[in-house]
Design a protein around this ligand. Sequence first.
Ligand SMILES: Cc1cc2nc3c(=O)[nH]c(=O)nc-3n(C[C@H](O)[C@H](O)[C@H](O)COP(=O)(O)OP(=O)(O)OC[C@H]3O[C@@H](n4cnc5c(N)ncnc54)[C@H](O)[C@@H]3O)c2cc1C
Length: 491
Amino acid sequence: MDADVLICGLGPVGQLLALLLADLGVRTIAVDEAREPHPLPRAAVVDDEVLRIFQAVGLDQRILADAQVQQTVSFVTARGRAIPALRPVHGDLGQPPLVSIHQPSMERTMVAALQEREAAQLRWGQRLEVLDRRAEGVTAWVRPVEGGRATRLDARYLVGCDGGRSAVRGRLQVPFGGSTFVQRWLVLDALVDRPIARVPHPCFVGDPARPIVTLPMSPGRHRWEWMLHPGEDAAAFLDRDRIDALLAPWIGDEQVEVERAVAYTFHARTADRWRAGRVLLAGDAAHVMPPFVGQGFSSGARDAANLAWKLDAVLHGAPDGLLDSYEAERRPHVTSMQRLAVRWGGLVQTTAPRTAWIRDAALALLDRSGAREWISEQAKPLPTYRAGAFARTPDRLPLRRRVGSLFPQPDRLDDRLGRGWAVVASTPEAASGWRAAGLHVVELPHERDWTLLRPDRYVFACEDRPQALRALRATVGSGLRTGRPAMAVAA
Ligand SMILES: Cc1cc2nc3c(=O)[nH]c(=O)nc-3n(C[C@H](O)[C@H](O)[C@H](O)COP(=O)(O)OP(=O)(O)OC[C@H]3O[C@@H](n4cnc5c(N)ncnc54)[C@H](O)[C@@H]3O)c2cc1C
């Protein structure tokens, strides 16, 4: 075998998956038909869950050094009144809940880190052309983009992280389920000599004549997005005078240099299956969504964190069925995120003046009543799964879930938990019981005697130790990794 895992596609999701796998010592080859990371900005924001995944690979501080923390997101009504739609205050995940980033800088940081990982090999300029699935492995043929002979690569598993037009998904003949949302927007990225005074934080402008989204990106950068109406010629909007006219209302003394302007069609689509034997799909290859809630890459990053430890466990002897829990856990979460993005997009994209008036009146009412804050806090799907690789079925109600939820992170707890399974114990007795069973334990008072965490920091169990141990053995078998190299769980 050339590798344990072959990744097709070195966009941000493939990069993050390669980092997570390499840190677990999984021999990984990642190929991309491009010669280097995509140079133009796409994702504009990431959330605390994603920063926590960056923390797991030691990159959160480097990513944050090139980012801007956002404290408010506003909705601007048709009459120009700004209503705070969201105040992303510090949650309990140990990272800022909303930061603006510059995707190419973020990708460069990840690629530089990958170059330091011995377990990962990056092969740029190689296009995957043929894929052959067998019981014991996967064979891919990749060809240099400039032509020449194809090379054969054998791996135990292959993950298609090759974006919305995924060649891997195509080879598997997996349909990319019907688009629930199609809308064209003009996206303009600019370099600015100082923050744009009229847009101190992300703003959704519900002007029915032309809905707009505008936000500060990483320091020195700003984005504007204008909705295109049906029948409007996108090319006409790329004209310099037209762009200047669109920008004029927003700019005071600032110097603005347009980096690029491009028309995008936003979709919401999901692949019918995310796994076919030893081939899996992740990131945009598995699902795409409109960018209104900034969750396209973020959803792919969660896929990578969910999949990496499961691949590692299966490679070390865990039952193959563990990989089925990847889609079982991630798909409902992605569906909720897509629904939120489509609903929020619908609210912003209203073009009928009367509907916009009703929307704005309702928002103003909610704002006055105080309900707006509560609704916006509840709107984002929680980091919890309703079914999957857990000691017992998670509670039906997301707010009541312990098992199945992402564990909070006080004081950079994850840095002490290591890379594998770990127990957070409140009492010395609980700690010694779990240590005797071979688990890495961190002692920290919390509301339970102990909580057993998966390597992605989701709660696997928090009561009934014998049952938790049985479930752990059934889930990972000899593929248990707990702060030390893979080892067996004591009976
Ligand atoms: C305007 C806009 C705004 C956005 N805003 C946000 C946001 O604020 N927050 C957020 O989280 N997300 C946002 N997104 C979405 C985000 O950019 C994408 O979800 C993310 O880039 C997907 O990453 P990926 O790695 O899955 O795929 P991609 O970035 O598309 O990477 C796929 C890679 O696969 C390679 N590839 C394809 N085919 C082959 C082949 N046959 N062989 C070898 N390599 C191949 C490609 O060269 C590419 O490098 C936005 C997107 C857009 C367009």
